[in-house]
Write a protein that binds this ligand. Structure first.
Ligand code: SAM
Length: 271
């Protein structure tokens, strides 16, 4: 059994370089111990202990590349993940933003959206609040993982993944398929633009009233986190809001840029 500490830095650099060349995804700013753990996990799964043997497989087997990428992106997510945050969005944040922008377009970005449950949850709340009837709503949902985005675009989920939704919401927003899976209805799908995009290095997608980026920066080095929050500051409209994951906070360097509105739910406002 290989330990993550058996993986040398040079080898990590080599793998990162290959991932960059093949997928255009740059893991250079990710926590090195995290990457070592993920590589070791793949090698153990394949029963390989020699790093260069694994590297050869990476070079010849597209499947293994994709497996490693999946291991590195960790796209755990669910509908209404941390329900209290979504409740806050429904009862306070989204009505407030809608009131403040009074008729202008409402721009929302779900960065690191994984398989789509996060942006679909936001879209459901907007529909329940009937905000799209009053103004144009655009939700950008982005991720670096094309496989996760593919699932998001299809909007097809099994019954178990809907467990956090009320039966009424399931009825309103999903169509039950013959095979027992549930498909997101078109009116919800139409509100979201899914796009492959790197939250740190990707080109600007516009200016937003709300950016939701949860459980993405946990794998980033401090340096990459700094870049990401700088970008969010630039891409938020004046007075725009940012929601991070429950264990994430903007670095202290940004204390003046992001005013904390609700620490429990990690809601910040561009100062
Ligand atoms: C744990 S999931 C979080 C999903 C969702 N935001 C949530 O909290 O339920 C992290 C997602 O971030 C994505 N990700 C990681 N690095 C990224 C980057 N540099 N740019 C965009 N997405 C990234 C991963 O592919 C993965 O789908």
């Amino acid at each position: 059994m290989l330990n993550p500490s058996d993986i040398q830095q040079d080898f990590v650099r080599l793998v990162i370089g290959e991932l960059h060349r093949h997928y255009g995804v740059d893991f250079a700013g990710y926590n090195r111990n995290f990457i070592r753990r993920r590589i070791a996990s793949r090698m153990n799964r394949l029963g390989i202990s020699a790093p260069m043997q694994y590297f050869k497989i990476l070079g010849s087997d597209v499947n293994e590349f994709s497996q490693l990428l999946q291991n590195l992106t960790i796209n755990t997510t669910e509908f209404m993940r941390n329900p209290e945050v979504f409740l806050k969005m429904e009862k306070f944040l989204l009505p407030k933003i809608a009131e403040e922008i009074a008729g202008n377009s409402l721009m929302i970005w779900s960065a690191g959206c994984s398989r789509g449950q996060e942006p679909y949850s936001i879209a459901m709340i907007l529909m329940k609040l009937r905000i799209p009837e009053r103004m144009t709503v655009r939700i950008f949902a982005t991720d670096i993982d094309e496989i996760a985005l593919d699932t998001a675009r299809k909007g097809l989920y099994d019954a178990a993944s809907l467990s956090k939704l009320s039966p009424t919401d399931v009825k309103i927003f999903f169509e039950r398929k013959d095979n027992g899976s549930f498909s997101v209805k078109n009116n919800l799908k139409k509100m979201i633009i899914f796009k492959k995009h790197d939250v740190v290095d990707g080109q600007s997608l516009g200016k937003f009233n709300l950016i939701v980026c949860r459980n993405v920066s946990i794998y980033f080095t401090k340096n990459l986190q700094m870049k990401m929050y700088r970008r969010f500051y630039e891409d938020l409209l004046p007075g725009g809001y940012l929601i991070t994951g429950k264990t994430e906070t903007p670095p202290t360097r940004f204390i003046k840029e992001f005013e904390c509105v609700d620490l429990d739910n990690r809601i910040y406002r561009k100062a």
